[in-house]
Design a protein around this ligand. Structure first.
Ligand code: AP5
Ligand code: MG
Ligand code: ZN
Length: 214
């Protein structure tokens, strides 16, 4: 099962992708998490990506596409995966399709987690992210058992650098300009499914499972 998660920054792509990955035993591949891990390790890729991420801009396609194509060709991705934060531009979607076509495969579902901009700004200030495993929490909507410590792996929770309100506004603008066109792209391919991302997290998850299991 090959699934793409679409949706604005903060819509809940990561939250839902993690649960999908657990339920179906497929890897959760988040380009944002990959970049943040590289930033933490101080790699060249991390240094380049940070310049864009801190401004709320997209990392250039050429730094993203090969990385994802390489990741999905690894052994653990043989039975499928859930892509979170990729593709984010039409050229990225085309690069993914081209890579899959070459091996006779295709994306099964593109799930759009729909949340209006107003809700997003509120959510972001309360988000906490685990640097170690990419787990995502919220101080009100999804708190950890111990403050500042990841339930899943015991890693340290941080407030992401790009979650300041001004940066979030720019990320939303970039989303509407560059990523939202993918909704049309996947609608034309007949694989787009929308869920109401303003419901509580387990309701959103139930809606997604209902789509995947028709
Ligand atoms: P990325 O890490 O992908 O960030 P994003 O798309 O901005 O999305 P977020 O991770 O902020 O939100 P989310 O939808 O995962 O929501 P979450 O589940 O955390 O990318 C970061 C940056 O990296 C980009 O800006 C770009 O620079 C670069 N980048 C990454 N991929 C790229 C690519 N392909 N091309 C180019 N550049 C790329 O939820 C948000 C909060 O809300 C959490 O606190 C959560 O607990 C809470 N929440 C979730 N669901 C609910 C709910 N139903 N009700 C209440 N609260 C909820
Ligand atoms: Mg995320
Ligand atoms: Zn963790």
């Amino acid at each position: 099962m090959k699934i793409i998660m679409l949706g604005a920054p903060g819509a809940g792509k990561g939250t839902q992708a993690k649960r999908i990955a657990e339920k179906y035993s497929i890897p959760h591949i988040s380009t944002g998490d990959i970049f943040r891990a590289n930033i933490k390790e101080g790699t060249d890729l991390g240094k380049k990506a940070k310049e864009y991420m801190d401004k709320g801009a997209l990392v250039p396609d050429e730094l993203v596409c090969d990385l994802v194509v390489d990741r999905i060709s690894q052994a653990d991705a043989k039975n499928g995966y859930v892509l979170d934060g990729f593709p984010r531009t039409i050229p990225q979607a085309e690069a993914l399709d081209a890579a899959l076509t070459k091996i006779g495969e295709k994306v099964d579902f593109a799930i759009d987690v729909d949340v209006p901009d107003d809700n997003i700004i509120n959510r972001m200030s309360g988000r906490r992210a685990c640097v170690a495993c990419g787990g995502t929490y919220h101080v009100v909507f999804n708190p950890t058992k111990v403050e500042g410590v990841c339930d899943a792996c015991g890693g340290q929770l941080i407030l992401r650098d790009d979650d300041q309100p001004e940066t979030v506004k720019n990320r939303l603008k970039v989303y509407h300009e560059q990523t939202q066109p993918l909704i049309d792209y996947y609608t034309k391919k007949n694989i787009l499914k929308s869920v109401d991302g303003t419901q509580d997290m387990s309701k959103v998850f139930d809606s997604i499972v209902a789509i995947l299991e028709v």
